[in-house]
Design a protein around this ligand. Structure first.
Ligand SMILES: [Zn+2]
Ligand SMILES: [Zn+2]
Length: 343
């Protein structure tokens, strides 16, 4: 049986074509994909600057759909508390860990030395069907659509970010970058007890959306934000990954505050920060990479309506329009662009 899929043969060589439908292994399930989001990681994979990507590859790691077949090892009676069966509507945590390296064995699976991921190192969900380990599938409540389910993965990255940052109730925030991740972090900060949240972006449409989603003040440049808050902010989050922006954002961290590097910079990027200031002002610098036991929390956050999905899910296109969707993402149009399938 054949299915439609996006195939990246090599960097910048993308086609939508017919490929063989995958078969689930013993502990896997076959999912008929309902929605699959495009994110910055996909641009890196297609652009050839993802160190992990293997080609040819079907990308797509933010997805939800319906289980249509289960592997031979899963066909007998299910285990207690494991409700996945044919017909289950699920969202999928795409990160795969070896379970054997030192980091996996000490509670840092996201830092696994043999890190792999659905849609990055193995075939993902810009396709009609995808196979995933059953252990990675989470049952969606009836109230969440597949499009909302496909947003859980980026939300789980933001939840892990908030776990890592560990802000205090009443903290002031500066979030630099109002793309999908900046806007998700904003909504979590609002619910997490932030007192004031400033958001900076060069795109004024995104700033308007940030205001709608709870930003107290919005700015097109960091200096201006600092003028209104001269002592700085308790928590500063960079969601751009742009080195000069990170240097400027560092200047806005309040004495005793925290600075989280959340945006993905290139491997070669370097920033110049004052070690005296880190010492003298007791500044904590926090990194946050992907997800760590935050997928269930993100699912619960989505179910509870914490994320305004109307505001976040701006575009839905069919699979054959993938090149068009990709262009929209590259131009920074809208917030989250998704491919909808089998609709
Ligand atoms: Zn992503
Ligand atoms: Zn490992």
């Amino acid at each position: 049986m054949y299915m439609r899929a996006v195939i990246v043969d090599a960097p910048e060589q993308v086609r939508v074509d017919n490929v063989a439908e995958p078969m689930p292994g013993p502990s896997e399930v076959l999912i008929r994909v309902g929605a699959s989001g495009i994110c910055g990681t996909d641009l890196h994979i297609i652009g050839g600057d993802s160190p992990l990507a293997r080609y040819p590859l079907i990308p797509g790691h933010e997805f939800a759909g319906e289980v249509v077949a289960v592997g031979s090892g899963l066909q007998s009676e299910g285990k207690a508390g494991v409700p996945i069966t044919v017909g289950s509507r699920v969202a999928v945590e795409p990160n795969l860990y070896c379970g054997q390296c030192e980091f996996c064995r000490t509670g840092h699976e996201n830092l696994c030395l043999n890190y792999a991921a659905i849609g990055v190192t193995i075939n993902g969900a810009f396709a009609q069907y995808v196979t995933v380990p059953a252990a990675k599938a989470y049952v969606l409540p009836e109230t969440l659509s597949f499009r909302e389910g496909a947003l859980i993965e980026p939300v789980s990255c933001a939840v892990h970010g908030m776990h890592s940052l560990n802000p205090r109730f009443g903290d002031t925030f500066l979030i630099v970058g109002a793309g999908t991740m900046g806007l998700l972090l904003l909504q979590l900060a609002v619910r997490g007890g932030a007192s004031r949240i400033a958001v900076v972006d060069v795109n004024t449409q995104r700033l308007a959306r940030a205001e709608q989603l709870g930003a107290t003040r919005v700015y097109t440049d960091i200096q201006h934000a600092l003028k209104d808050e001269p002592l700085g902010f308790n928590c500063v989050i960079d969601a751009t990954g742009v080195a000069p922006v990170i240097e400027q954002a560092f200047m806005t961290v309040k004495r005793g505050g925290k600075f989280m590097i959340f945006g993905v910079a290139s491997h070669e990027a370097r920033v110049s920060l004052s070690p005296f200031r880190i010492y003298n002002d007791e500044i904590t610098i926090v990194g946050s990479m992907a997800v760590l036991f935050s997928f269930q929390a993100a699912l619960d956050v989505m179910s509870a309506g914490v994320i305004d999905t109307q505001a976040m899910l701006t575009t839905a296109l069919p699979l054959d329009d993938f090149p068009k969707a990709l262009d929209m993402v590259r131009r920074g149009e809208g917030v989250k662009t998704q491919i909808v399938l089998n609709a």
